[in-house]
Design a protein around this ligand. Structure first.
Ligand code: NDP
Length: 264
């Protein structure tokens, strides 16, 4: 077992979480998570994607708040900065994103229960590992941490990435008109503009750079965990999505790469 903080429970959960990320890193190449364009009846019950996303992301906010407010450093400046970053991130991902999704009326539910169950496990561990580290077990970040190059670079990388993720998410959202949603047809179009000029999955790319920035900011293995499990999930999905677009649209831009501009 890893000894990282000296707290047996924390270190055990961290070991399980990192082990799980390793498992996903292998499994996700064989089975794309069954939601959205890769939804499949093979995996049984599915939910409306808005409900699925909401349920899957909610524990990140709840478990973070629960463990954060129990920590002795909860009132200090740097932990409060991390709390603010967290609430903004999950205000978007956990509430705004699901509520603003354009789901065709009357379509079969497309968010696999398996994804929700696994997601709940991951977001609960993620909230706990970050909050307990930041507010109780971590290095007791003093105010000087705010001028540490790791914090500064991580903060800038995180917020540039966050802004770009919002932009890409909004391009995708607007590919379906309100009238199309009402008609109940599930329409897919080629996204254009922003980072879509270079890659098929810009929001996956900036999700990953964002979590890398956050890991740098907190300088923690909790940050390494969320980066690792996101990469384990999103890298194979980026390739599968890229192949899906190329097959579906004969006029798909040939110069567009799957995930990293000009490279991958
Ligand atoms: P998708 O691009 O698959 O879907 C996002 C939304 O856009 C869905 O409503 C989808 O509809 C719609 N959409 C997608 N492509 C098109 C298109 N070509 N035409 C019309 N509508 C389209 O993204 P994900 O759902 O996989 O991810 C959403 C966000 O969550 C991303 O920012 C991602 O980075 C993040 N994420 C993070 C993870 C992590 O581990 N940290 C894991 C997964 C996602 P439909 O559902 O009908 O396909």
């Amino acid at each position: 077992m890893l000894t990282y903080t000296g707290d047996a429970t924390y270190d055990l959960v961290l070991s399980i979480a990192l082990g799980f990320a390793l498992f996903v890193a292998v499994a996700a190449w064989f089975v794309p998570s069954p939601y959205g364009r890769f939804a499949s009846p093979r995996f049984g019950v599915a939910l409306d994607p808005r409900l699925g996303w909401f349920l899957m992301e909610l524990p990140a906010t709840l478990s973070f708040l629960y463990f954060y407010i129990r920590g002795p450093h909860r009132g200090e400046l740097v932990p409060l900065v991390f709390l603010g970053m967290w609430l903004l991130h999950y205000g978007n991902r956990g509430f705004y994103f699901p509520l603003s999704m354009r789901v065709p009326k009357g379509q079969r539910s497309s968010f696999g229960l398996l994804v929700v169950g696994t997601g709940v496990l991951v977001t609960t561990m993620h909230g706990y590992l970050h909050a307990d580290f930041i507010s109780r077990l971590g290095p007791q970040y003093g105010p000087e941490w705010l001028t540490d190059p790791r914090f500064l670079v991580g903060f800038v990388v995180y917020y540039i990435s966050f802004g770009l993720t919002l932009h890409s998410d909004s391009i995708l959202r607007n590919l379906r008109t309100r009238a199309e949603i009402d008609s109940g047809e599930r329409i897919y179009r080629i996204p254009r503009g922003g980072l879509f000029q270079w890659v098929t999955n810009p929001s996956y790319l900036t999700e990953l750079t964002g979590w890398a920035g956050f890991a740098l900011c907190t300088w923690s293995l909790a940050g390494v965990f969320i980066f690792a499990i996101s990469a384990a999930n999103l890298v194979p999905r980026a390739f599968a999505t890229h192949a899906w677009y190329r097959e579906k649209f004969p006029d798909y831009p040939v110069e567009r790469r799957a995930l990293i501009p000009f490279i991958l």
